[in-house]
Design a binder for this molecule. Structure first.
Ligand code: BES
Ligand code: ZN
Length: 459
C-alpha cells in the first residue's frame, strides 16, 4: 500500500500500516462540532484520542471539561534537561454535506490509489494522528523521547474554537512549553515540504433582516411591501463591491503589506494561475481585488464571503410569496494587524447603515479569531524546516494560508509561545468539501518528519 519511491527512513512499514488502520477507526466517528446532534460522537472521539495518547505512552492524560467540547490532554515529561513541545490538533470535523457529491461515504473511510477519503482525513484527524504516532514510534523504538511532549487536542476548532480561549487565558501551568507544533495546514505542492507563516483571522456571523409581520401574497402586496431577501442582497452588495473590494468603512485601515522578504519568497513559488483556476478552483474566471496577486488576495488581504442564505420559498415549483424575514451567514477573513473586536464594530455599523427602507437588519456575531503571523527567525522553525527537508529530500518553503486556526493567536497572546505550523495537507485535499482526502505518502512522511523534528530539538 505504500507508494514506491519514497524514503521511509524513520518508522517501520508495519508501524505505519497499523497507524493507518487506527486512523480509519477514528475517521468512522462523525464528530461534527457544528451540529448539536453529534454531541455523543464528539465524546466518543475525545475518548478515542485520550486512549490513543495512553497507548502512545503518555504518562499522564486527561480531559479538560467545562463549557464546550472536551479538550484532550497528554504529557510525557521524562527528559528534564530538554525542551518541551506542545502539540495541538483537533478531533472535530466540518459537516459533510452535500452528501450526494461524495464518491464514498464521508464516515466510511475508503482508500483509492494513494489517497484516503473521509471527512476529517486531512483536516484534522489524519494530521493529528501523525503527531500522536510520531511520538508513539519514538517511545516504542527507544523507550524514551529526546524532548518532553504535551498534547492539547481540541474538539470545536471547526465551529470557532471559542471555549479553548477561557482555558488558555487561565495560563495553565501544565501547558508550559517552548513552542506549540500544529499539524493542521497545507503544503504548497506534493513534493514541497512547507512551513505556514501566517493565517487569516475571522469574524463569522449572521445578517438578520425582518420586513412585514408575516409572509405576504406577492401579487397582492408586491410593489408596496418590503422584501427582506432583496434587502439582504442590497446589504451584501453594500459590504463588498464587484471587484472584491470590501466597502465596510475603515476595514483596510490596519491592513499591513507583506514584508519584502515574504513577497520575494512567494515570487519564487512555482505557480500557474491558469492551472490554479482550472484544476483547483474550477470556475470560469478568478475574481478579487485588481492589482493584487492570488497569493496576496488569499493570504494577505481581507475578504468578505456569503456562506448561505435562508428565507422565502425554496421548494420545488413556484410559490408567490414575499417572505417576512431572511438570514445570511457571512464572514470576513482578517489579516495582520486587523483586530476582531474592531472589525465586529465596523461590520455591525456597516450593516445598519446599508439597511434599506422598510426592513430591520442586524449583524449577529457567531465567533471571531485574530489573524496570526509567525516569526520565522525562531530556532523551533529552523529545526522544523530542517527535519522536513531531510524527510522529503526537498527544500522547505514558507507560505501563508488564507484559512484560520483560532488558537494560534491565543497561544501567542495568553502563553507567549510561538507556533510552528508544519502541515501535510495538499491544496487539492477538498477541505470542508465533498471527497475530502489525505495523500497517504504525506501521512507516512509526516510521522517520520515529526519524529525527526523531536530528535533534532534535543539539545
Ligand atoms: N485546518 C483548517 C485551517 C487551514 C486550512 C489552515 C488550510 C491552512 C490551510 C482549520 O481546521 C479550519 O478550517 N478552520 C476554520 C476556522 C473557523 C471555522 C473558525 C476556517 O478557516 O474556516
Ligand atoms: Zn483544521
Amino acid at each position: 500500500m505504500l507508494a514506491d519511491g519514497y524514503n521511509f527512513m524513520v518508522s517501520s512499514n508495519e508501524f505505519k500500516q497499523q497507524a493507518l488502520s487506527q486512523l480509519i477507526e477514528l475517521l468512522r466517528i462523525p464528530s461534527i462540532s457544528a451540529l448539536p446532534e453529534h454531541k455523543a460522537d464528539i465524546e466518543r472521539a475525545a475518548g478515542f484520542i485520550e486512549s490513543a495518547l495512553k497507548t502512545a505512552g503518555m504518562t499522564r492524560t486527561g480531559q479538560i471539561r467545562g463549557a464546550g467540547n472536551p479538550l484532550v490532554y497528554g504529557e510525557w515529561l521524562g527528559a528534564p534537561d530538554q525542551p518541551t513541545i506542545l502539540f495541538y490538533g483537533h478531533y472535530d470535523v466540518q459537516p459533510p454535506d452535500p452528501l450526494d457529491e461524495w464518491k464514498s461515504e464521508p464516515f466510511s473511510p475508503t482508500i483509492r490509489g494513494d489517497n484516503l477519503y473521509a471527512r476529517g482525513a486531512s483536516d484534522d484527524k489524519g494530521q493529528t494522528w501523525i503527531l500522536i504516532k510520531a511520538v508513539e514510534w519514538l517511545l516504542t523504538r527507544d523507550g524514551r523521547l529526546p524532548v518532553n511532549v504535551k498534547f492539547l487536542i481540541e474538539g470545536e476548532e471547526e465551529s470557532g474554537g471559542e471555549h479553548i480561549e477561557a482555558y488558555l487565558a487561565s495560563k495553565p501551568a501544565q501547558l508550559a512549553a517552548g513552542a506549540v507544533v500544529i499539524c493542521d495546514t497545507e503544503m504548497f505542492a506534493p513534493e514541497m515540504p512547507t512551513i505556514c507563516t501566517g493565517l487569516r483571522g475571522l469574524v463569522y456571523g449572521e445578517i438578520h433582516v425582518e420586513g412585514a409581520r408575516q409572509d405576504l401574497h406577492s401579487g397582492v402586496y408586491g410593489g408596496a411591501a418590503p422584501n427582506p431577501l432583496q434587502a439582504l442582497a442590497e446589504i451584501i452588495c453594500a459590504l463588498k463591491d464587484k471587484d472584491g473590494r470590501i466597502r465596510i468603512p475603515g476595514f483596510y485601515d490596519r491592513v499591513e503589506k507583506p514584508s519584502p522578504a515574504e513577497v520575494e519568497a512567494w515570487a519564487s513559488l512555482p505557480f500557474d494561475e491558469e492551472k490554479y483556476r482550472e484544476a483547483e478552483v474550477g470556475s470560469p474566471a478568478l475574481t478579487g481585488e485588481p492589482g493584487f496577486s492570488v497569493f496576496e488576495r488569499t493570504w494577505a488581504r481581507p475578504t468578505f464571503e456569503v456562506h448561505g442564505i435562508r428565507g422565502g420559498f425554496t421548494g420545488e415549483g413556484a410559490k408567490t410569496v414575499i417572505p417576512a424575514r431572511a438570514v445570511a451567514k457571512v464572514s470576513t477573513r482578517l489579516v495582520a494587524s486587523q483586530q476582531p473586536g474592531e472589525a465586529i464594530d465596523q461590520i455591525t455599523t456597516a450593516v445598519a447603515a446599508a439597511c434599506p427602507k422598510g426592513v430591520k437588519a442586524q449583524f449577529k456575531l457567531l465567533h471571531a479569531a485574530a489573524p496570526s503571523l509567525v516569526n520565522t527567525a525562531s530556532p523551533y522553525i529552523a529545526k522544523a524546516a530542517a527535519a522536513l527537508q531531510e524527510t522529503f529530500g526537498a527544500r522547505t518553503v514558507y507560505m501563508r494560508s488564507g484559512g484560520s486556526i483560532p488558537v494560534v493567536g491565543l497561544f501567542d497572546r495568553h502563553l507567549g509561545i510561538p507556533s510552528v505550523m508544519m502541515g501535510f495537507g495538499l491544496p487539492d485535499d477538498n477541505l470542508h468539501s465533498p471527497n475530502e482526502k489525505f495523500y497517504l505518502p504525506n501521512f507516512y512522511r509526516g510521522i517520520d518528519a515529526t519524529a525527526r523534528y523531536l530528535e533534532m530539538l534535543a539539545a
